[in-house]
Design a protein around this ligand. Structure first.
Ligand SMILES: [Zn+2]
Length: 481
């Protein structure tokens, strides 16, 4: 499998450091507000990466941090008149609900919080002080960027370009681009007391960690000094990921800190990046009030993860329609009557080809847009087959269905449980009876029966040109929204 590595600016054969085990980290949420579609894009894109790696047989330890110490949390808590920790826990809870609904949470191995890593952070700062990569300045600790060679390897920036960025201005810093590892706290802010040693003397620091060191403290604690894959949104490449490399490689003395760096493209709305500060965001919650989670995942997967997405309501509606088209096709095949004389061999072959093409696309740097296009196109074949044959032998049906649903599940646009659920004999009888009612144009009675099947058994019934299609309660809504 080929993976595009930001560090080498090219595709590389994927080979983790330890055989079939992959240690993977993605920068997580700063919990001071609800997550929006820009966040959804990142987390869904990397969720698909994890699903694919697991499908290939890798054991993935997927860690995503929760930033619960941050200026924005402190400021928002002050506005609301509550403690920062209280605000952080509230939004963390809401974030977990969102991630559960979009099918991401189940694949994350752990969500460590920065609060729990203060000791690891202190130890890393001590290492950097000992090795002279860090220095004290009035209760703060800064990283001396000039000491670290290859500082711009990840971003590809020139050193003089760095100076244009406003990085934590402070009188007395050795270099303008030096970044903070530990920040002295102002009165009323959450703070921790730690002791470090400088030139053999103990120094007490009262404050909180800088943002970048949280990640390297967490990953060092969980994975050790090196790991396989670090993902995140492209805007984190500099300074955040750049500083992570500087911290880890200087503190632990091994290289590379991370073997593969993957960055997802931005999500724009009306030509601007969707962000809290621009107030142009749509929350995941607001979107899910209008569309099923599968439609959101379909929308994200429609674009290659490295490309930017320009969100419009129209594109979202199109994604919803296509997601529904795919799911309905599966329903049509699932409802095709068993007929041992109607050989489904040609359909099984077509789905076998789909599987091959889908795999080729995904193995080429997770090309979900191509994989999804192949899947959607194959559904046309499913409908054509259903139309022509009107029945299928049981074995072919199960093989074809199983493969399609497994592929859909790799993108999270279908749930395997949906079509594996068998109908009870009672419901099968009711559906048959209803079809008879429709044939004899007894439509009022047929409608009444549909309502009964839905309310009593949680099964949605839909009449299509291919016959009756049923969906268990949790299936994507058959109605276009
Ligand atoms: Zn991070």
């Amino acid at each position: 499998m080929q993976v595009y590595n930001t560090l080498s600016r090219g595709k590389e054969e994927f080979a983790p450091m330890h055989d079939r085990a992959v240690n993977m980290f993605v920068c997580g949420q700063t919990v001071y507000d609800d997550a929006h579609l820009g966040h959804a894009r990142t987390y869904i894109a990397f969720d698909i990466v994890v699903r694919w790696l697991k499908h290939l047989g890798y054991k993935v330890n997927y860690v995503q941090n929760i930033t619960d110490i941050d200026d924005k949390i402190i400021a928002r808590a002050r506005e609301k008149g509550i403690e920062p920790i209280e605000l952080a826990r509230q939004y963390e809870q809401r974030f977990m609900e969102d991630m559960d609904r979009v099918g991401v949470k189940q694949n994350v191995s752990s969500y460590p919080r920065s609060h729990d890593y203060i000791t690891a952070i202190k130890e890393q700062i001590q290492l950097l002080l000992d090795k002279d990569f860090a220095y004290l300045l009035e209760g703060d600790v800064y990283y001396d960027v000039a000491k670290f060679r290859d500082y711009t390897a990840l971003s590809g920036m020139k050193m003089d370009e760095l100076e244009k960025h406003r990085i934590e201005p402070k009188e007395g810093k050795r270099n303008v681009y030096d970044f903070v590892l530990w920040k002295a706290s102002k009165p009323g802010e959450p703070s921790w007391d730690v002791e470090v040693h400088v030139d053999g003397k103990a120094v007490r620091l009262s404050g909180r960690p800088g943002w970048h060191i949280e990640d390297t403290a967490i990953t060092h604690s969980i994975f050790g000094p090196q790991y396989d894959l670090h993902g995140g949104a492209s805007e984190l490449m500099f300074p955040h990921h750049t500083n992570e490399i500087a911290q880890a490689e200087a503190a632990f003395g091994v290289k590379p800190f991370v073997k593969y760096w993957m960055h997802s493209g931005v999500l724009n709305i009306k030509g601007q990046k969707m962000s809290k500060s621009l107030r142009n965001f749509i929350t995941i919650r607001d979107l899910l009030a209008k569309y099923p989670a599968e439609a959101l995942r379909f929308f994200v997967a429609s674009t290659h993860y490295r490309k930017e997405i320009n969100y419009t309501e129209e594109l979202m509606r199109d994604a919803n329609k296509l997601m529904y088209y795919v799911n309905q096709s599966v329903g049509i095949l699932n409802n095709l009557p068993a007929d041992e004389n109607a050989s489904g061999e040609e359909l099984v072959q077509a789905i076998g080809l789909l599987e091959k093409e889908f795999t080729e696309a995904m193995d080429d740097d997770f090309n979900t847009s191509l994989a999804l296009m192949r899947l959607t196109t194959a559904m046309r074949r499913v409908r054509q087959f259903s139309d022509e044959k009107g029945g299928i032998d049981q074995r072919s049906k199960e093989t074809a269905l199983g493969k399609i649903v497994a592929l859909g599940d790799l993108l999270g646009i279908m749930s395997e449980s949906l079509y594996k659920q068998a109908l009870s004999a009672e419901v099968v009888q009711m559906i048959k009876k209803r079809e008879e009612l429709r044939r004899t144009k007894n439509f009022d009675e047929a409608d009444r029966m549909r309502a009964e099947i839905e309310s009593k058994h949680g099964i949605k019934i839909e009449d299509t040109e291919y016959g009756t299609v049923w969906y268990p309660g949790g299936a994507p809504s058959p109605k276009e929204r």
